[in-house]
Design a protein around this ligand. Structure first.
Ligand code: HEC
Ligand code: HEC
Length: 487
């Protein structure tokens, strides 16, 4: 911390002619301190990097994504905010993916069912009693979800293969015939089937994932399901919404409101969340004033090769979407209950291995996109880092950071961390995909400044995001989740 201030100040002073010899040993920094030379050197080096990596600034350019104004996305928004899709009418998709929380929930580990107040979202959301979190992972953002080409989830358990989309409902890597038209559709069929996220313990108890979805569709449509908790006015409301969105004014609920038509609408809403108009994009597209010199330094560190004065983050965070969609073990400190463990003391999350059972995939997780990363914390698949600085320090030297990890930074109660050291030893005995490297403290600030240029201004503006949030109390039974955020 003490180190980077002089460096930063010197960078600023550099513009007026300070010679930055003390703080600098990265090779691209110019000796000549005149403002125009500095600016053009930085821009020239960055332009070279941008060309070398084939960046256009626009990760959405080869995609056709819906507007939020389309009828289907509008229906999807109402469903996304509706507690009718959870077993006990308490949880909605938006519980863990709120636009005002960066498309996530601001928690390290998500809290779905059994919240002490179901409508409180954000860092004040608590589990009833002193329960340990049941959801083992951090909720990724739904922003820009339509830009993923191959994988959904931290472990990629929904995957677009040549044969079709595979999901946890079928043995890997077979295609799931019910996966739907795109990754977001395939994914949207799963949260409702998860006990900890939305289903609870009693809804369709003993049923399959598919029967759970079908019972929910029957509930929404007011058909089939004998113990419906919805009032007739509520099911009428949904029928009208589906008829309008699917433009089938005379269709009956039974044919129109199905688990597929629900997932399809949810996916259209999520896919409309395209937030890519970042200062970085403006810069890549030619506006050299769109980002600060500090951020430009950070960008160079991000793109440059290790042997050439950089940290080569781009080796994995590649392209305009800042991910190669591959799986890596980057030694994220193993806290939390872990996933899929029958032994509650294990608390390990084997990541991609849980899908492929390939020993090499142990502890590997999907490289996240870095677009809007400043608003999607806590960071990592288990939300272990509660500051972006801490997360970046980890990526600079995962080994050192993991060994020194302090669970006290977690801002959420009852996240198990007793097995941290034991589990870390197991991780270290497995493949790791990243070697640590020496770095200077100021590099962290440069990199964070660069990452901050990847934020679309819309995602920090309540007014801009209001298109993705329905007006309060739209449905007759009051089952829309109108979030309360407590300071
Ligand atoms: C209790 C919190 C919770 C609820 C409710 C919830 N999610 Fe999630 N969501 C998560 C978590 C946690 C993950 C990551 C799980 C993993 O990777 O193993 C996730 C993953 C996702 C992803 C994948 C993102 C990516 O980058 O791969 C999408 C899309 C998504 N959820 C959409 C939805 C939709 C649609 C609903 C409602 C049907 C929903 N979620 C309900 C917590 C939640
Ligand atoms: C070897 C591949 C690789 C390299 C190199 C790499 N990363 Fe990552 N990065 C990952 C993976 C994989 C994750 C997710 C790990 C997890 O959650 O378990 C990640 C996570 C992150 C996150 C957290 C994102 C989120 O939404 O939680 C940030 C920020 C990040 N990396 C920045 C960087 C920076 C800055 C560098 C360069 C100093 C870098 N990364 C280098 C693979 C890499």
């Amino acid at each position: 911390m003490q180190l980077y201030y002089p460096a930063l100040i010197c960078t600023l002073v550099l513009l007026q002619g300070c010679n930055d010899k003390n703080a600098s040993n990265t090779i691209y920094r110019p000796d000549n301190g005149s403002a125009s030379v500095l600016r053009s050197n930085l821009d020239a080096s960055l332009t070279e990097m941008i060309q070398q990596h084939g960046l256009t600034g626009d990760p959405a350019q080869d995609r056709t994504l819906p507007s939020i104004e389309t009828p289907l996305a509008q229906l999807g928004m109402k469903l996304f905010f509706s507690k009718t899709l959870s077993g006990d009418l308490e949880v909605a998709c938006v519980t863990c993916h709120h636009p005002l929380l960066g498309g996530g929930d601001n928690l390290s580990l998500s809290i779905g069912v059994n919240a002490s107040d179901p409508d409180v979202l954000g860092h004040k959301r608590l589990l009833m009693g002193n329960l340990t979190p049941g959801v083992p992972r951090n909720a990724p953002t739904t922003f820009n979800i339509g830009l993923w080409k191959q994988f959904m989830f931290h472990d990629g358990r929904v995957e677009a293969t040549a044969a079709g989309i595979t999901t946890p409902d079928v043995p890997y890597p077979q295609p799931d015939p019910l996966a739907g038209a795109n990754l977001a559709h395939a994914q949207a069929r799963f949260p409702v089937t998860s006990n900890h996220e939305m289903r609870g313990e009693s809804f369709d108890a003993g049923g399959t994932t598919q029967s759970c979805r079908e019972r929910l569709a029957e509930r929404l449509g007011g058909y089939g399901n004998p113990d419906n908790l919805l009032q007739p006015a509520e099911t009428q409301y949904w029928l009208a919404q589906f008829r309008a969105a699917y433009q089938q004014p005379d269709a009956q609920a039974q044919e129109l409101i199905t688990e597929q038509s629900i997932a399809s609408a949810l996916a259209e809403y999520e896919r409309s969340q395209v937030f890519t108009h970042t200062p970085w994009k403006q810069y890549v597209q030619g506006d050299l004033t769109a980002i600060s010199d500090t951020a430009k330094h950070g960008a160079l560190l991000f793109f440059r090769k290790r042997g050439e004065g950089g940290h080569e983050c781009v080796a994995c965070h590649r392209g305009d979407f800042f991910t190669d969609e591959q799986f890596r073990n980057v030694l994220m400190p193993p806290v939390g209950p872990g996933k899929g463990n029958t032994d509650p003391d294990n608390q390990q999350d084997y990541g991609r291995w849980l899908v492929t059972r390939n020993p090499e995939d142990k502890f590997r997780f999907r490289t996240p996109s870095l677009l809007n990363v400043a608003v999607t914390g806590p960071w990592g698949h288990n939300g272990v880092f509660t500051s972006l600085e801490g997360m970046v320090e980890h990526m600079l030297n995962p080994f050192q950071s993991a060994l020194n990890y302090d669970p006290a930074q977690l801002q959420q109660a009852n996240i198990p961390s007793q097995q941290l050291q034991r589990n870390l030893r197991e991780m270290l005995g497995s493949n790791t995909d990243m070697a640590g490297q020496a770095y200077q403290q100021e590099d962290v600030q440069y990199l964070v400044a660069f990452l901050n240029t990847l934020t679309d201004p819309c995602v920090t503006s309540t007014a801009c995001l209001s298109k993705w949030i329905p007006p309060a109390q739209q449905d007759p039974q009051g089952l829309q989740l109108d979030a309360r955020f407590e300071p």
